[in-house]
Ligand binder design. Structure first.
Ligand code: DLL
Length: 433
């Protein structure tokens, strides 16, 4: 029985979806106006009152909410429910300034877990499955979200958290885990460690993986699918909007369906705030229509992607978003050229390298320096200077044609770049210091 495939919602007509969204939006705006003085003030500054919002068509009258607002209102200033009704917090692993602290009522957790349960179901999980959750548990939302979703589906849930890689592999094998939930970089590392232990895809029972929390390329997907012998599904979300499960991939693997009964997406030009039409790349803005404790209206995610309303092969009608290339604030501007780490990853994998790399940026004599450290794989490892120089040159030219700027490439020995158990650290930008 697939309780969390809900065709009456996931395959509802666009008209029906819009009607639900409108009805919930109107109620949510009224509730937030009454319960969150910070947001009421923002609405007043924009000259808009709840009476002006009659449906989704009025969404663009409302002010945006940004990370700066979250910082201003830290910690309790955006609370939309009495503290006595809040039962949990989660928080992001941001490195600068105050952390974002998000609050949840019981109802919020229930809806969030439903979203994760839908994602697991779309990846083929049923109560017959054993789900190993290797996202971090604790303040990070990955562990708790997929754990809750897995319980709801009725899977046997293995709350591993991240780290202790050999034990992860042992449990996958001993407990017959069929679904793995982890960051893609950690999944890739598990695959690498398996190879070192002499294990191939046929030695593990996994059939699917649910990977997200960081940008990863199509090439990395194919790589992980091959090494682990699974189908790898993308999942997207952010702490401010509960966590994983804002959107998820179905078996078509052609973009992530946004849970539109809970979230209304928009794409805007990040510089002007103007709405962009379907198909165009821009910043994703999300309005959560039924979150209680931490209501987010027109929240600017900073993630760059596009939306498609084209019908999906799976039959779901919820809009699909493309894989975010990364946050607009992950984008590096090097000598005036926009560079996303995910573009570099694509080129590396196309050239037969693994996604073990680090980008070093600095400023010397007022000019940006740009270097990419890339690990050789054990198979291609050589200590012939001539060969290494040739490989470096080929890769540097490959990166140049993708990015429009040529980095210095330095090949390093296998296993010299630190592995991550959560989100990978790809960039060292000394210019900010
Ligand atoms: O990373 C929630 C999550 C946990 C999603 C587990 C998926 C799986 P935060 O720590 O608040 O929350 O970070 C959110 O991570 O704004 C994106 O920039 C990035 N991100 C999340 N999922 C993806 C993805 C969790 N599938 C930030 N592809 C977001 C690309 C992603 N980037």
């Amino acid at each position: 029985m697939e309780r969390y495939y809900q065709p009456e919602i996931e395959c509802a007509s666009r008209e029906q979806l819009r009607a639900w969204q409108s009805q919930r939006l109107v109620a949510q705006v009224r509730r937030v106006w009454e319960s969150v003085p910070y947001y009421k003030r923002k609405m007043e500054e924009k000259g808009v009152t709840p009476e002006d919002i009659r449906g989704v068509e009025d969404l663009n009258k409302l002010p945006f909410l940004s990370k700066a607002d979250l910082r201003d209102a830290y910690p309790y200033g955006l609370l939309g429910a009495p503290l006595k009704d809040c039962v949990r917090i989660h928080s992001t692993s941001g490195t600068t300034g105050k952390r974002v602290v998000a609050f949840y009522t019981r109802h919020d957790i229930d809806l969030w877990e439903d979203c994760c349960a839908r994602a697991l179901t779309a990846a083929g999980a049923t109560e017959e499955d054993v789900v190993q959750v290797s996202y971090g548990y604790g303040l990070f939302t990955g562990g708790a979200g997929l754990d809750g979703g897995s319980h709801k589906v009725g899977c046997l849930t293995v709350p591993m958290s991240s780290g202790n890689t050999d034990r992860q592999i042992m449990f996958i094998r001993d407990l017959n885990a069929t679904v793995l939930c982890a960051t893609p970089s950690y999944a890739a590392y598990l695959g690498e460690r398996m190879r070192e232990l002499g294990l191939g895809p046929d030695d593990i029972p996994l059939k699917a993986g649910i990977f997200g929390a960081e940008a990863w390329s199509e090439e990395m997907r194919r790589d992980i699918e091959k090494t682990l012998g699974i189908k790898a599904y993308d999942i997207y979300g952010l702490t401010e909007l509960s966590g994983p499960g804002v959107s998820f991939e179905c078996s078509a693997q052609a973009g992530m369906h946004i849970n539109e009964d809970h979230f209304i997406p928009e794409i805007i030009d990040p510089d002007t705030g103007e709405a962009l039409p379907a198909g165009e790349q821009g910043e994703l803005v999300i309005t959560a229509v039924d979150k209680e404790a931490f209501p987010m209206i027109r929240y600017r995610t900073k993630d760059i992607c596009s939306l498609t309303y084209e019908p999906c092969a799976c039959g779901r009608t919820h809009v699909r978003m493309t894989k975010p290339r990364g946050r607009s604030d992950d984008m590096l501007i090097i000598r005036g050229v926009n560079v996303f780490p995910s573009q570099i990853e694509t080129v590396l994998l196309q050239h037969g390298y693994a996604a073990n790399y680090q980008i070093l940026v600095d400023r010397v004599n007022n000019t940006d320096t740009f270097e990419v450290l890339v690990e050789m794989t054990p198979e291609m490892f050589t200590d012939s200077v001539g060969e290494i120089q040739q490989l470096q040159k080929t890769l540097s030219l490959g990166l140049n044609s993708m990015l429009g700027i040529r980095p210095k490439v330095t090949l390093v020995a296998p296993k010299t770049i630190a592995r991550s158990e959560g989100k990978a650290v790809r960039v060292i930008d000394k210019r900010k210091i």
